[in-house]
Each structure stands twice: as C-alpha cells, then as structure tokens.
Design a protein around this ligand. Sequence first.
Ligand code: HEM
Length: 553
Amino acid sequence: MQSRFIRPKNRILPSHMAMTTVTDAQEIGDASMLSTLRIEQATPTVLLFVAIAIISRLFYTSIVKPRRSNLRHIPCPDQGFFLFRLFHEPTARELEQWLDELPHKGLIRYYGLWNQERIFIASAEAAKDLLITEAYKFEKPELQRLLAGNVAAEGLLLQEGATHKAARKAFQPAFHADHIRRAYPTMWETAYDLVNAITLQSHAQHHKAGSETRSSEGVGILKPISAATIDIIGRWAFSKDFNAVQDPSAKFGRTYIQILKTTKHGQRMLHRAAIIGPKIALQLPLRAVKTIKRGVSLVVNTADEIVQEHEKCQDTKSNDMLSMVMKTGHFSHSDLVVQTVHFLAAGTETIAGSVAWAIHLLSRHPEMQTRLRDEIRQQLPSPCSVNGHSDIRESDFAGMKYLDAVIKEALRFHSINTLLWRECVSPARILDTDIPVGTKVVFSPWTMGRDPKHWGPDARTFNPDRWLGETSACDNVHAFLTFGAGPRRCIGEQLARAEMRCLLAGLVGRFEFSPLAPEDESDDGLEIGDQAALTLFKIFEHWKIHAREVEGW
Ligand code: HEM
C-alpha cells in the first residue's frame, strides 16, 4: 500500500514518536487512516442504530406498553399528548387535582417521566394494603434509590428484605421511648443556641439598618434550624459536637447544609438530572455535582472517624444511638459508616423542613401563634434562663396540647415527603386489583393528609384545633402518612416529634414571626418552597421572615 502518511505541519511530536522510523510511521499512518475510514463509514450506521433503538423504545414505552397494561381499567386522567409531557414528572399538586376531579375507587393510573406508567394510591384503604398488608411485595425503585442513596447512603431506608428486617431490629432499641426521653435536655440546650443565633442575626440586621425598628429584609432562619438538627443528631446519636449553630463557619455543618439546601435554579437542575437519570447526571462536570461529591466525601470521612472513635472506646458505657447499635454486634465497620451517613441525612433535613413549614404557617396566623406562645410561656422556663435549658424533661411538655396540635397539623398540612415510591417485586393485591411485578406505585403523604374525603371539608385549611376535638381528626388512621406506615414506618418519628417540640417551643416562645410580604404568600407556600416530586429539599435557601423578640421570657 502506498504511503499516505503526511507529517502534519507545525506538529511537534513527543520524543518517543520522534524516534519512529518511516516504516513505523507508514504503518501507523495506514492503520490510523484505516480506522478513520472505518469510523467515518461506521458513524452514520451507529448513529442510525442508536436513533432506531431510542425511537423503538419510545414507541414501545409510550404507545405499545400502555395499551397492553393489565391495569388499563384503573381510571386515568387526561394528561394530553404524550410527546408534550415526556420529560415531566407530575407533582403532588397535580395528583391532588386528579384526586379531587377523577372518579376513582382508591387507585389512579397516570404517566410520569418518559411516559412510564404509575399507580397512585388514592385512598387510606389502598395505603394500608401497600404499606402494611402487602409491604414486603414492594421495594424502593432504582431512581429513588439512586437519588436518596447519593446523599443518604444505602442505609436502613434503602435496605430491603431480610437485610432490612435484621437491621431494623438492631436499631429499634435505640429509638425506644426511654432513649428518646433522655434527649430532651440536649434538645432544649440546642433550642437555646438556636434562639441566640437568630437573636444575633436579627440584632446584626437592625444594626445594619441603623434603627431599632425591625428590618424589612427579614432573617434567614432555615440555616440555623438545619444547623440545630445537625447538632442534635450529632449529640444524641454519635456523642459528637458539630457545633453547627454556635459556629456557622464550622466545616461539617456548613458543608452539610450546603449539600441539602437548594435554590430555584438548583431545583431546575435536579429536575433535569432526573430526566437524564442520576447515574449520568452525577458524572457531568457541573458545579453542583462537584459540591455534592466534595460534601459527601467529607460526610463519609467524618462518619468513618465517628465509628473509629466508638470502636476505640467501646468499653466506656456511652449511651448514644451508635453505641447501642454497635452492642448488637450486627454491623461491620463499613456497615456502621454507611448507617452513620444515612442517619445524619434522615434525621436532619426532614425535621428542619417541618419546623420551617410550621413557622411559615404560624407567621400567617398570628392568633394561633399568640395562643401557642402563651402556652409555651406558662408551661416552660425560658431556654435563656439560668438553669432553664438544662433542666427540661419530657414531662414538662406533658400538658402542652396546643403545641402538639400545631406540630401534628404542620406535619399533616405540609408533609415534607410529598411523593414516595415503590416498585412491585412479587405479585400483589391492592384493594381488589392484582398488581403485576414491575409496576411503579406512588403514595403521597402530602395529598393524603389534605384529602377532604378523609379529613372533612376544611382539609385544605391549616387548623390545629382539629386535633383537639372529642372525635378523631380523620376517618382512617392511614390517612396520616407523614411518617409512612407498617414495617417501613419512620423509625425516627418519636425523636422527630420531640425535636420539633423543643425547637418550636424555643422559637415561638421567644420570637414573633411575620411574613415579609403577606399579600404575595399563601399557606401553601409555593413562593418559599417547592412541590418537586423527586426531592426532599422543599424550602428554598433564601426564604426569609421577620422575627421580632418578644420580651418577658
Ligand atoms: C419530621 C421528620 C421526619 C419525617 C416527616 C420522616 C418521614 C419518614 C417517612 C415517610 C418514612 C417512610 C419512607 C417510605 O416508606 O418510603 C421514613 C423512614 C425513615 N426515617 Fe424518617 N422522618 C422524619 C424524621 C426522621 C428522623 C429524625 C430519623 C432518624 C434519626 C429518621 C429516620 C428514618 C429511617 C431510618 C427510615 C427508614 C425506616 C425503614 O425503612 O425501616 N426519620 N421517614
């Protein structure tokens, strides 16, 4: 074959190539020419195959599969032409609309991202079948595993089958009421730190505004609340003082809050990531991806240090969650690291978001806020009083009916988990419908908590008094799904309720909260939070509120 190798002008060859003989060069030239030719010839063919594969898959999932579905008889809303909604995952608000408008018998069928079929649990009876009766026939689907596992690691929430049952058993004693009860002094101390942090922020604002009147800018309370939840889980579960509230620049707290907080822009990125799939999205050279990866690696290293420290002093009778779990001998070192990362995630943002929603709602209902403040001040010592913060006991909260009613109502009205997912892994039955393996099932603590069929005509109104009546607030216990139900029910529920008591009591006892722009906001809070289907991060980082100190406590 004639040599067609031409040394490119101005091209400096690396030294090892500069030694290459002409023959070598010719061969290399011929070979590279051949492969270039092959690639050039092959590229259109490969592209054609890829295009055909994508179109065939789209055709199958969008047109053939829905027509062949065994679940076609389940009522389905009109979602419009599939091509226009291919990249859209319906939000909890859309599901709520279907729940109201579509006649159904407890199940609704709809299409999500990439036109995939979903079965929506539209009644408390159906929720009972999914989460209790048939619980072990459903698992968490891959998309949710990847999204949650990326930040929260494959801990208890994402384990399945026998592995889950054994792990849950090992964790159970640490979440016993007695152990939670002991956390009250720590939680109250953290509430004190939180009140101080917000006071400082508000003073700094007044100073900046140059007056004693409240600043029109408001204060950002979400980060200090998140920091408080990090400090509490650190102290209660791991005997670790992250000091995140007192020192907002402390590395762990700052980084952790950065991973979990989001902006509207961040939410849009998350939605796009869900479209292309988190596996691919997490490989993209994006700043958000780098921030998450850096943050997660810090969390994993910290978790590793925490576990190592516990392993070194196993003899000392530490009573934190990790020590109790280690004593069961169930987990290896690496399992414990994973679970530590997991509990840091599970036990922080959920509570911070719920407290933030409660404050948002109370800020919009001053009469409820005043009633709550009166109860708090009558019943509890100020966390700022000399011994007030360390002497608190669970029994001090015993008569605080209105505080508990406000917490239940905030959890009902704004369940932090808007949508949760399952995939059928062995033939199951929900109500009178056979569910085939592979079916994606969605339940929504948010819509279920606001369904007038279960909660009465004022279901979409924030009304803590509904919990104080003689009769039950709803017609079916499974209509309150904020903590899930059955064997996968939230293991941290009692800890979360205790923490919400302390943080809310500290905040509302001390401050009067009011919205920055009442006329532009609503109880639903779409302006400050998101209805995103696929994420937990429901309140935007930049949300601000007026916080005025109320003297006398
Ligand atoms: C207001 C706060 C909280 C809310 C609303 C909440 C909500 C939930 C829900 C709905 C589930 C069930 C998920 C599903 O079935 O797919 C769950 C599970 C779980 N939660 Fe929570 N949670 C909160 C606080 C906590 C805390 C404080 C912890 C731990 C310290 C925690 C740890 C877990 C774990 C480990 C699971 C998995 C349980 C299992 O699968 O066995 N959560 N949570």
